[in-house]
Ligand binder design. Sequence first.
Ligand code: SAM
Length: 282
Amino acid sequence: MALTDLSEIRMIMERHGIAPQKKFGQNFLVVPSVVARIADTPGDSSIGIIEIGPGIGTLTEQLAPRYRKVVALEIDTGLEPVLADTLHAFDNVKVVFGDAMKTNLRELVASEFDGGRVAVCANLPYYITSPMILFLLENGSLFDSITVMIQKEVADRLCAAPGTAEYGAITLAVQYACTVEKCFSVSPGSFFPPPKVTSTVIKMTPHEKPPVSVLDKDNMFRMIRAAFDFRRKTLVNALSTCTPKSKEEITSAIVSCGFSADVRGERLSLADFAALSNVFTL
Ligand code: SAM
């Protein structure tokens, strides 16, 4: 089916009496070359794919012929008759209705992919991009790779360098879990209805083991959260908001790691936070 064809999309929607649901972040892709490029990105045809948010099946129908099996998780049950119609020709596609963020992905992978390798490929709904990425990365060990289209602004944050305005706690959470590659940008005109922002397709490859050695991961992430919750404060002042320990003790730990006493947290790399966390417990 020509699911990227605007008149076809309108006809399908009219036939089923539906319209794009803003509350579910429904912006459907309408440019065939963009859909094909996203579908090509996971790369290895022997793997299975989990897609989040198939919508009317635009990306799904491109993934199905390229990969072993596709399991698509869709929150909007109103799309059930549409997807039954648009994807009926593919016997390697299964659509599961429900909230992807409430899905037990470990169980899903075990039950649907017989222990085979799996990747995620999705045009994510923008209203929950960051929590969805963190949710996928919590389950990162299940996946070969995670290809997602997200707002350019979020992609910039995930790939940001220390000291820049885009650098934040999510940059470090993502760096700890995976490598991130920006693949290509997609303009608002590639969607129906068009979103207000430019999009970027990124491919995340989960690390087999963490890139830094850290004694207490929770301690490190509590430090990171405090540093960016109070990013205008010095690191000493930011950390003192979440520990009973004295500022002198915190300062001495910071200085022992080679930073100046008045450094701000936004200057520290992941390796720096790991080093600090290894000499100081909040
Ligand atoms: N894949 C289609 C495309 O590229 O044209 C649609 C992408 S649209 C940006 C996002 C899709 O995610 C919508 O179909 C929406 O209903 C679905 N969605 C939104 N929140 C979801 C959630 N929590 N779990 C599963 N699907 C969700």
